[in-house]
Design a protein around this ligand. Structure first.
Ligand SMILES: [Mg+2]
Length: 314
């Protein structure tokens, strides 16, 4: 009990170090108080991570799980063009889990939150009644100028499609880490780092508020997330296979389309609008009027296969 109180006190202090003005009250009372900047909307998201579904306890260090949980929420905020403000995190732990796991988990989470300028403002912990997997839940809060958040629904025929980085590397990194195989090439080294140190694109998301017509973050794989964006906008699209990733081959293309957890942004720009400067962006295709998705590969135009991140059971 004493150890638990000391631990909660450590979390409270560590979280308070990231104090930002919109957080009127952080951890310590029955609830936190957040006052978004004048003229801003509050933007909210929630996400779950479940052991053996989203991570493997044997292979994914606890701090990496903390970082990834924060990144999932921060990436959703980025896709809305919102400035990250706060996170709330709740966890269910199986009986007998070593105390080091939650501690390292919170350290990883706080680090990712601090990088984004978000403050941990609350949460809860419970132990499960029976043996089972760890369950982790996050709520992310951000702010965006009123009425200016980026939506999925603004893409129109003729708009160009962009992504904020090469796709599929996080999935390759996950394969490397989960199979305990050492990286052999520069791309594999970068992929491993991307799995272990995911980072959401919140700076880009805010920069895109002025130029993009629609945006979504790529958490489930391009094929799935592009489908979400096109459905919300009532349009179709064609994408160029060669533009999606740096690595060659069908495996790399499959990872780019279906791998998931890239946490890059997919967005559309109307004709004549320039993408924001200072970001490594790649144009991958364009929006079409008919509600179909096409993949152009080696000069051939094929229907984009359905699929996506299905708990990595490809
Ligand atoms: Mg999302």
């Amino acid at each position: 009990m004493q150890a638990e109180l000391a631990w909660l006190e450590w979390v409270r202090r560590a979280a308070a170090r990231a104090a930002r003005p919109e957080i009127r009250l952080g951890i310590g009372d029955d609830a936190a108080i957040v006052r978004p900047r004048r003229g801003c909307d509050l933007v909210l998201t929630t996400d779950l991570m479940v052991e053996d579904v989203h991570f493997l306890r044997r292979r994914d260090p606890a701090a990496v799980c903390g970082r990834r949980l924060a990144t999932r929420a921060l990436s959703d905020l980025a896709a809305m063009g919102a400035e990250p403000l706060a996170l709330l995190v709740s966890s269910v732990y199986p009986p007998g889990l070593p105390a080091a796991w939650p501690r390292q988990f919170v350290r990883g989470l706080l680090q990712a939150a601090a990088e984004a300028g978000a403050q941990l403002i609350g949460g809860d912990v419970s132990s499960a009644a029976r043996a089972g997997g760890i369950v982790l839940d996050v709520i992310g809060a951000g702010q965006a100028p009123a009425g200016q958040a980026l939506l999925r629904s603004g893409a129109r025929p003729g708009h160009r499609l962009f992504v904020s980085g090469p796709l599929g590397e996080a999935a390759l990194g996950r394969e490397l880490v989960h199979s305990a195989r050492s990286p052999r090439t520069a791309i594999e080294r970068r992929a491993r780092a991307r799995h272990l140190r995911p980072r959401a694109r919140w700076e880009l998301g805010q920069a895109l508020r002025r130029s993009a017509s629609a945006a979504i973050d790529i958490s489930d794989g391009l094929a799935t997330d592009l489908r979400h964006l096109c459905r919300a906008s009532g349009v179709g699209a064609e994408i160029l296979a060669e533009s999606l990733c740096d690595a060659a081959g069908q495996d790399a293309l499959d990872r780019a389309l279906f791998g998931g957890e890239d946490y890059e942004l997919l967005f559309t720009l109307p004709p004549g609008r320039e993408p924001p400067a200072g970001f490594a962006l790649r144009q991958i295709g364009r929006i079409l009027p008919a509600r179909q998705l096409w993949l152009i590969q080696a000069g051939r135009r094929l229907p984009l296969p359905a699929g996506g991140y299905q708990h990595w059971a490809r």
